[in-house]
Write a protein that binds this ligand. Structure first.
Ligand code: 3Y8
Ligand code: NAP
Length: 249
């Protein structure tokens, strides 16, 4: 009996949820509960943490989960690490959807950094106008550079911000190039800070930066433990024992 748990929160997870629902597969979709009103899914959905590795292992056992599909974001390292450990403990097959990293192309002015602290250090001293497209959880580190004007794109309205000169744009992706070109132009952005998320949902700002000759500080992904991975959703369906021919994937 196939009863997959789909760890979501990305464009690929939402696409896969539609494919599983269309096949009548008895899957459960899982959100962390980071945002006020996450996108509704066409599968029964649970919201909130599991309570670490032990909580996830108990969830797998108590709910008769047959497979775990980790379709979380490449920076959701905690969830992905817990999934590897809990699935090993319970003997539950695990497959992670891993989207290729973005690669700099001709005309790109990227500086790769290993983490948020190094992204802060990569900013100039002279006041700049910085588009922080990294969400809410990593903002505090930029308080070390209060001289810059920051443009923040967030999913939900924030509480107090740790940055004295910040403008907030509330938007939930996926984003498009025209919108991001306009955003960089309207706010006279001189630097973009991004996470190497890969995929299509957040790539527009990189094309916009290339078109406007704006340098990008690119935060590289955290390292994850070895696990089975796939990128094409058809491979996920085949892994579940469902052929994907009639879904055209
Ligand atoms: C809660 C679910 C879908 C999923 C859409 C993707 C695309 C849009 C691009 C920019 C970058 C950022 C951020 C971003 C993108 C997709 C995808 C992706 C980046 C939602 C979602 C949840 C989250 C959590 C949220 C984080 C934040 C990160 C904003 C839903 C919309 C910056 C990552 O307020 C907060 O605390 C927000 C937290 C984790 C990063 C951070 O550290 O702050 N995503 N994003 C998921 C959950 O609860 O489990 O609310 O509907 C999902 C999506 N966000 O179905 O189409 O697939 O990557 N999300 C980054 O990539 O840099 C925005 O602005 O250019
Ligand atoms: P994280 O740091 O890797 O995980 C922290 C804790 O949040 C996990 O240990 C787990 O709590 C809980 N959690 C994370 N994802 C979950 C899920 N899908 N279902 C249930 N619990 C989950 O996670 P994060 O980076 O904050 O990401 C949270 C969510 O936002 C994920 O769904 C991710 O796909 C999505 N997202 C993240 C980013 C990003 O930049 N990080 C970007 C786009 C979307 P317990 O230990 O209690 O189980």
């Amino acid at each position: 009996m196939t009863r997959p748990l789909l760890l979501g929160g990305t464009t690929e997870a939402s696409h896969l949820a539609r494919l599983l629902a269309a096949r009548g597969i008895d899957a459960v979709f899982s959100y962390a509960g980071r945002t006020d009103a996450p996108l509704p899914q066409p599968l029964p959905t649970r919201i909130g943490g599991f309570g670490g590795v032990e909580g996830l292992a108990a969830y797998l056992r108590d709910n008769g989960i047959s497979h775990v599909i980790d379709a979380t974001h490449p920076f959701a390292a905690g969830m992905s690490r817990n999934a590897v450990t809990a699935c090993a403990q319970t003997g539950t097959p695990l497959l992670a959807i891993e989207r290729p990293c973005w690669q700099a192309q001709d005309g790109d002015r990227w500086t790769h950094v290993p983490g948020v602290e190094e992204a802060v250090a990569a900013l100039p001293y002279r006041p700049a106008r910085v588009f922080l497209a990294i969400g809410k959880q990593s903002l505090a580190a930029f308080a070390a550079r209060p001289q810059h004007r920051y443009l923040l794109r967030l999913v939900d309205a924030p509480g107090d911000l740790p940055l004295p000169k910040a403008t907030v744009v509330l938007a939930r992706g996926p984003f498009d190039v025209a919108g991001d070109v306009a955003l960089l132009q309207d706010h006279a952005i001189t630097h973009v800070v991004a996470k190497n998320a890969g995929g299509t949902g957040a790539a527009a700002k990189l094309v916009a930066a290339r078109q406007r000759g704006v340098p990008v500080i690119m935060i590289d992904r955290p390292h994850l433990p070895a696990r089975q991975t796939a990128f094409h959703l058809g491979d996920v369906l085949r892994w579940l024992g469902h052929d994907s021919a009639d879904l055209g994937v």
